[in-house]
Design a protein around this ligand. Structure first.
Ligand code: PLP
Length: 371
């Protein structure tokens, strides 16, 4: 899938991972925005372990109160308790099901997405992703329309044709380079979707679960989407995804389905994540430590632009960043993410301590001073 770094992590704790030689690395990548509450959090480990000793899996044809418990905690913490929850196993699967729901309900198939978007690699999700090189001929669709981000007129023009099932947008574009939809754009989208009977889907797979400093990034705009998709931070590494569905949708048997989605172990992981986000106030921590990092980063002359919210930060350079990232990883022992050739992406665990953010700033300065 990717060129591999010659590093083999065998242990992890909090914001650090340790390789097989005992070398410690500061993790500002979170295994691609997945580690939300920190590696190997004791409450998380205990919840999954004790669940495994009871029952790890049974099918969705029997009662599983853990699903209700997870949905209730999620509804409360995200302030979206009127929404229903469908549980699945990944971000692409969440988007696939969200699009399917919108298409079922409108009986239409056209979907609007945005330039630089990423929604996953499965059939419909990849068709509406802005990367032709990962769209196989089998996935290519004529009714997938890519429009410029923050261009409300272009959206209105397309929606007014009356054949659109859904508009899908990331709360903050992740893989596309930490690009944010304006609040006014999101509010405009909300109004236009209602006006033209299309559904607004917010892909919060990467930007959700507190990463932006709010539970969902779209909450900065004060809107209510029809559907919200979630994954990455939801299980802190245990594969789990979900679709939050507004009360306007009426559930009917068989509309959606899954074998593994919502299994006991995944729910135990998901519940522990929500417990820790709440009890350790990790959303506030994302705001505090994220703002500190952005302030410090904006002092570097070598950086073209710093963008982001909370602990979802993009650092854009004029020059290519591969050498900087290699130096950070191999000389300074710090994992970072990337977006294209010019943007470093920081997606650390949400419990990143300020002292570790400071450590990064110091090491980053040492690297940049020698470039
Ligand atoms: N949506 C967004 C915004 C993502 O960033 C990703 C993955 O990076 C996905 C969907 C797909 O998630 P997954 O890899 O779990 O299928």
């Amino acid at each position: 899938m990717y060129p591999l770094f010659d590093i083999e992590p065998v242990k992890a704790e909090g914001s650090f991972v340790y390789d097989k030689n005992g070398q410690r690395y500061l993790d500002l990548y979170g295994g691609h925005a997945v580690i939300s509450i920190g590696h190997s959090h004791p409450h998380y480990v205990a919840n999954i372990s004790s669940q495994l000793e009871k029952i790890g899996f049974y099918s969705n044809s029997v009662q599983n109160p853990l699903q209700e418990k997870l949905a209730k905690k999620l509804g409360e913490l995200s302030e979206m308790d009127e929404y229903s929850l469908f549980l699945c196993n990944s971000g692409a699967e969440a988007n696939e099901n969200a699009l399917k729901l919108a298409s079922f309900k409108t009986n239409k198939s056209k979907v609007i997405s945005f330039k630089n978007s990423f929604h996953g690699r499965t059939s419909a999700a990849v068709a509406i992703t802005d990367n032709p090189s990962i769209i196989a001929p089998l996935n290519r669709r004529d009714d997938a329309v890519l429009l410029p981000l923050n261009d409300l007129n272009a959206v209105e023009k397309e929606l007014s044709k009356g054949d659109v099932a859904a508009v899908i947008i990331e709360g903050i574009q992740g893989i596309g380079g930490i690009r944010m939809p304006d609040d006014t754009f999101l509010r405009g989208l909300r109004g236009l979707c209602t006006k033209h009977n299309a559904f607004l889907i917010l892909d919060e797979v990467q930007s959700g679960y507190g990463r932006s400093g709010k539970f969902f990034a779209f909450q900065y705009a004060g809107i209510k989407p029809d559907i919200v998709t979630i994954a990455k931070g939801m299980g802190n590494g245990f594969p789990i995804g979900g679709v939050l569905i507004s009360p306007d949708f009426e559930a009917s048997y068989g509309l959606l389905g899954t074998t593994f989605g919502g299994n006991h172990l995944a729910c135990a992981a998901g519940i522990a994540v929500l417990d820790v986000i709440k009890s350790q106030k990790l959303i506030q921590n994302a705001t505090t430590v994220g703002s500190y990092l952005m302030d410090e980063l904006s002092k570097f002359d070598q950086i073209k632009e710093v963008r982001g919210l909370g602990l979802m930060i993009g650092i854009e350079f004029e020059q290519e960043i591969s050498e900087i990232r290699k130096k950070l990883l191999f000389d300074k022992k710090i994992f970072t993410g990337v977006s294209g050739k010019h943007i470093i992406r920081l997606l650390p665990p949400l419990n990143l301590k300020k002292e570790n953010a400071t450590l990064f700033i110091q090491k980053f300065k040492e690297v940049l001073d020698k470039i």
